[in-house]
Design a protein around this ligand. Structure first.
Ligand code: SAH
Length: 446
């Protein structure tokens, strides 16, 4: 049973830091059911592949066997809950999202390919249903029962390739949770701590997964009480931002206010930085006041959704010339961000780690340097008005921070001064007399 993970981002050998496994060595770990070996099948600046090979001990395989077919089974070859446990053991640090030597790599989304030469699934549909919503391009090639006897037809096994742009931590978490889901044969007892594990490793993606219920049920092997326990937790989680804000559709209001302001500022060309699924882009394109609109995001998947939402493929040429979408990161200077009248960062900064903000500030205010920059972020003081939001929780799993009005104003003033902009900060959304508005907007101008 083998899992490989390939990175092609220079220097690809950074994968070694992220996995805490030096590419120059072979690493072996003894597990209760067998041995795991990590080795690198290719190591260069351009391409690096780490392999996790799992050999299950014969003793383990016949444990509990009562009849002949119990002794002859596919367990040694098929990716399964054994692989999931091995990931937890040998890549535990990476799975927890830690990287002591190069902490800046942990949140880096990079093109990654995971390969599993053999997985068992009833059909390729399940594989697509569970991996695609997470942004993977899924290739599941059916393996014939016997290559020399095509007439025997196909086996229930697939060669699975998963390609994505994500952090190593995300990919490991997805595999950790989803391999047992595909296989459904858990080799160990499912106890209450499995719910905790599922919640921990599913954080940030499982709550909003369209197949959440199927995943939870299969992961917990349909234990009714555990399944309901897990699903209840998720209700709370996914409710927070969406449900809380639903009655007033705050986000729609936010986007329309930002659109109005950009128009009032006389901006003809606008770049939406961290455009997500393209809500603001749609608003801007619908308005002839804007000649040129661009959307940039670090997430491929979001850009795909934006392209769909904007119906890019069905746009006439004149519209098509007004819009441009591209992948990039706010942390790196990028020529493509230059030459716009205005830039918008709508609910983006709180998705970045505080120590990274300085890099973003230079990229936007020093290098791209548009005449106007509009930045919005949640107002933390307003959170007490969301009854479903427990104290000390943020509105979204991926938020790295949420600022009070004073904190945002301080950041805005400091940034404006440093880069020679003027700034005004204002509430965004319905105003509460003590807690302010749900969100806040800073308008920077040169
Ligand atoms: N502006 C959109 C999306 C907000 S969610 C809206 O209002 O609907 C935050 C977005 O920021 C996500 O799409 C995320 O992929 C993007 N993002 C986070 N860090 C980024 C970075 N370093 N560079 C570019 N985009 C980033």
């Amino acid at each position: 049973m083998i899992l490989s993970l390939t990175s092609k981002v220079r220097p690809a050998t950074d994968l070694g830091f992220l996995l805490h496994k030096n590419p120059a060595n072979t690493h072996r770990a003894e597990l209760s059911f067998g041995a795991a070996t990590v080795f690198y099948s290719e190591v260069s600046e351009e391409k690096c592949t780490a392999c996790l090979l799992l050999e299950i001990s014969p003793v383990e395989l016949v444990r509990g066997a009562r009849q002949l077919e119990d002794y002859v089974n596919d367990r040694p070859y098929v990716a399964s809950s054994y692989m999931s446990v091995a990931i937890g053991r040998v890549f535990g640090t990476a799975l927890a999202g830690n990287c002591a030597k190069r902490p800046e790599l942990v949140d880096l989304k990079m093109p990654l390919t995971a390969r599993l030469p053999v997985v068992r699934a009833r059909g390729p549909e399940l594989l697509t249903r569970i991996f695609e919503p997470l942004g993977y391009v899924v290739t599941a090639e059916p393996i014939p029962l016997d290559e020399t006897n095509p007439a025997w037809g196909l086996s229930p096994y697939f060669r699975l390739t998963l390609e994505t742009t994500a952090t190593v931590h995300d990919v490991l978490s997805h595999l950790y949770v989803l391999l047992p889901v595909i296989d459904e044969e858990k080799h160990y007892f499912i106890g209450a701590d499995e719910v905790a594990k599922l919640l921990r490793h599913g954080e940030g993606w499982l709550a909003t997964h369209p197949e959440r219920e199927l995943i939870v049920k299969r992961y917990l092997r349909r234990s009714a009480s555990l399944v309901s326990q897990a699903l209840e937790q998720f209700e709370g989680e996914s409710n927070t931002e969406k449900e809380l804000e639903r009655p007033i559709t705050l986000h729609t209001e936010r986007v329309s206010i930002v659109g109005e302001r950009l128009r009032a500022l006389g901006a003809k060309s606008v770049i939406d930085l961290g455009c997500g699924e393209g809500k603001l882009l749609r608003r801007l394109l619908a308005d002839r006041a804007f000649d040129r609109v661009a959307g940039m995001d670090v997430s491929h998947r979001s850009l795909e959704l934006a392209a769909e939402r904007l119906r890019l493929d069905r746009m006439n040429d004149r519209q098509r010339e007004r819009i441009q979408l591209f992948q990039g990161s706010l942390l790196y200077r990028d020529k493509r961000l230059e030459g716009f009248d205005a830039a918008a960062l709508v609910e983006v900064i709180e998705h970045m780690d505080v120590p990274r903000l300085a890099a973003m500030e230079r990229v936007v205010f020093e290098f791209a340097r548009p005449r106007h920059v509009l930045v919005t972020t949640p107002n933390k003081e307003y959170n007490v008005l969301f009854p479903a939001l427990p104290p000390d929780r943020m509105r979204h799993n991926d938020h790295r921070f949420e600022w009070t009005r004073a904190e945002f104003a301080t950041w805005a003033d400091r940034t404006a001064t440093r880069f020679g902009y003027r700034v005004t900060v204002e509430p965004l959304g319905p105003l509460h007399e003590t807690h302010g508005a749900p969100s806040q907007l800073a308008v920077f101008s040169l």
